[in-house]
Design a protein around this ligand. Structure first.
Ligand code: SF4
Length: 665
């Protein structure tokens, strides 16, 4: 006997999702109540019972504080309102394909179209859809639609929309559409039969057509299982509808050489597995060794994925708890929302869209249920690990954000991977405060990547990058440096003889004599550590790697400032700075002093300068001579006093002249 498993069988995507949501919610310790049976399968119902999942026929039966699971069939608007009014928690497992019909009929009515639904009037999915529109018409057969349209021919001219229950029979639906097309002039038709159902039906029909007998596995209360059996009967004379493997004992397989197996959308994989094992036993007794093993077939069709695989799939729905991914196999793939991205702030809809083709990592294959748990985060993580290994091999620096400090050093985050940076590699001096790096983004060199260690270990070094960058900067500076070249640098340290300035990776020294035109005793009189200053190269020794820098410039030269402002004959306000026996020195501009000879201090003879002047005193003095060569300036207070006296005398003479003139007359 040759046994062939239909290309598609078992849980559809919507049912698998609903079952998982129930299990996840129950596992979270909540009191879970499903609104009606999640699937029409008593084996699944028994499993839920073991998880203490209860079933309620209506919202009124649900105890306070429970979490309601809305099954894949969906419910009408009034049910949501009743749940909200009770303040109950809700997990919505409505299949996205059913939800689409809810939206269609809602929108149709707002556009003034009457919704017509082809389906079973009492089926929960149909009841739910009707709960989203005010005046729907449900037809169960093509004839029913034809009669309704012919009853009042004008109906065919009114705006209508036509949709089908997702699990409807394709052939009947085709006839319904033909009637609508021939009798209606303004009817929008939406083919809403679910592809899962269509695929299952098409595959079952094709298999039935080439088999001597078909086994249809599923609960007898399941509408789609019953339809599947009907389709098989249309192509094959001997069809056995079984609820489980035990019922195979009642089937007469005599004279059958080829047998096909299919299963309804509500049939869990473990039931198919049981049927598999039993069929295999029958086959072993009945068939030659050349026959193909059902298990192998089942495995080939179901177990085509392995944990650790990387696969490509298409996003088919983005829900509140998971993203559903079509992998092109029997498996229903899903990514829990927290496995979408390593960044906890990223929502699935931020990075994924329905229809996107994505690569995902297979986390867990559940052959019993035909589900595959996937992770995009893990695959991204794997890519990051590869990138980190590559960065370590090539010594390429990577950007890292420092997230924590601990006893041993720092913890950084590189695209979701934790990287440890020992304190000695942090670039902070021993005893320094590592906290100052927290929250900062730094460049690090990956020094170790070890995926074998539990959870993996990556070690990085900030110091290595800093030292490499410093070395590169040094090489650049030494390749370009020349006397006279200007740099902007940072004062790194001060000594009694000068200031060390970092000019971009290389330190140069500004001797104390080069800091100021004034005579200074300590560099701190001019600069302090951390100052950013402009310097220029006045000498260098490439072999000894020594650079002498200058800071003071011609513009800063006090002599130049003096000559720009004063000439011989000008009067300047000066400050007495030093007394000598032969005179007093006075500051004309900062850094430039002039001498007031003792003979020039007063208009009379004095014994010493202190007789007239004191240090710190400000006086007006005339510049009587500038010796540019020796940078000497002569000042005179007396010159000003004499000219003042002369002016007074002249004024007195002028005042006396009119009186003499009068006398002469
Ligand atoms: S049969 Fe299709 S529409 Fe119905 S629950 Fe399954 S996937 Fe959804």
């Amino acid at each position: 006997m040759k046994i062939t498993l239909s290309e598609t069988a078992g849980f559809c995507f919507g049912v698998r999702r609903a079952v998982e949501l129930v299990e996840q919610t129950a596992a979270a310790g909540k009191t879970v109540v499903t609104l009606g049976p999640i699937v029409h399968n008593r084996h699944v119902a028994e499993r839920f019972e073991r998880l203490r999942v209860r079933e309620a026929a209506g919202v009124g039966e649900i105890p306070d504080g429970a979490t309601v699971i809305i099954r894949a069939h969906g419910v009408g608007r009034a049910v949501y309102e009743a749940i909200a009014a009770r303040g109950l928690g809700v997990v919505d497992a409505t299949c996205p394909f059913v939800e689409r019909i809810h939206n269609l009929v809602r929108k149709a009515e707002t556009e003034g179209r009457k919704p017509i639904l082809f389906g079973a009037k009492t089926h929960p999915e149909v009841v739910g859809i009707c709960g989203w529109c005010a005046d729907p018409l449900v037809v169960e057969t093509p004839e029913e639609l034809e009669n309704w349209l012919r009853e009042e021919p004008k109906r065919g001219e009114t705006p209508l929309i036509l949709a089908a229950q997702t699990t409807s029979n394709q052939n009947l639906w085709k006839k319904v559409r033909e009637i609508a097309n021939s009798l209606c002039t303004n009817c929008k038709i939406f083919d809403t039969i679910c592809e899962a159902t269509e695929n299952r039906q098409t595959a079952a029909a094709a298999l039935a057509a080439k088999s001597d007998a078909m086994v249809v596995v599923g609960d007898r209360t399941s509408s789609n299982t019953r339809q599947l059996a009907a389709i098989c009967r249309a192509h094959c004379q001997r069809v056995f509808a079984v609820d489980n493997a035990a019922e195979l004992a009642d089937c007469d397989f005599s004279g059958i050489h080829t047998i096909g197996i299919t299963a309804g959308a509500s049939t869990p994989a473990w039931i198919i597995k049981e049927v598999n094992q039993t069929m295999d036993e029958i086959k072993t007794v009945d068939t030659a060794a050349t026959e193909e093993s059902f298990e192998a077939l089942l495995d080939a069709s179901i177990k085509t994925l392995n944990t650790g695989d990387t696969v490509t799939g298409t996003v088919v729905a983005i829900g509140t708890t998971e993203v559903q991914v079509d992998l092109g196999t029997k498996h229903a793939g899903y990514i829990p929302c927290d496995e979408v991205s390593a960044d906890p702030n990223v929502k699935p809809e931020d990075v994924l869209h329905v229809g996107d083709e994505i690569k995902v990592f297979v986390v867990r294959v559940n052959d019993q249920e035909g589900t595959v748990q996937l992770s995009r985060k893990k695959l991204d993580g794997m890519r990051v690990w590869e990138e980190l290994q590559e960065a370590a091999d090539n010594k390429t620096p990577v950007e890292a954000k420092i997230t924590e400090t601990n006893k041993g050093g720092l913890v950084a985050n590189v695209k979701g991977v934790r990287v440890f940076i020992p304190a000695s590699a942090s670039g902070i001096a021993r005893g320094g405060d590592l906290e100052e790096l927290k929250g900062k983004t730094v460049r690090i060199r990956i020094t170790e990547v070890n995926r074998e260690r539990r959870g993996g270990r990556v070690v990085g070094s900030i110091r290595a990058v800093a030292s490499e960058e410093r070395k590169a900067a040094q090489e650049k500076i030494w390749s370009e440096i020349e006397v006279g070249k200007k740099y902007t640098g940072v004062v790194k340290s001060l000594t009694s003889y000068g200031a060390f300035v970092d000019i971009g990776g290389v330190d140069g020294m500004v001797h104390v004599s080069e800091l100021s035109w004034r005579r200074i005793k300590n560099p701190a009189e001019v600069v302090k550590v951390g100052d950013v200053i402009d310097v220029y190269v006045i000498g260098l020794d490439a072999e000894k790697h020594k650079i002498s820098l200058g800071y003071k410039t011609a513009e800063m030269n006090p002599w130049n400032q003096f000559t720009a402002k004063y000439n011989v004959g000008d009067v300047a306000k000066v400050k007495i700075v030093k007394m000598m026996t032969f005179g007093a020195f006075a500051e004309i501009v900062p850094g430039v002093d002039g001498l007031i000879h003792i003979s020039q201090i007063a208009d009379r003879r004095i014994a010493k300068p202190e007789d007239v002047l004191s240090v710190g005193q400000e006086v007006d003095a005339k510049i009587t001579d500038i010796d540019a060569e020796n940078k000497r300036i002569s000042l005179s207070i007396r010159a000003l006093l004499e000219s003042a006296a002369e002016e007074q005398a002249e004024a007195a003479e002028e005042a006396a002249e009119p009186a003499e003139a009068v006398e002469a007359q």
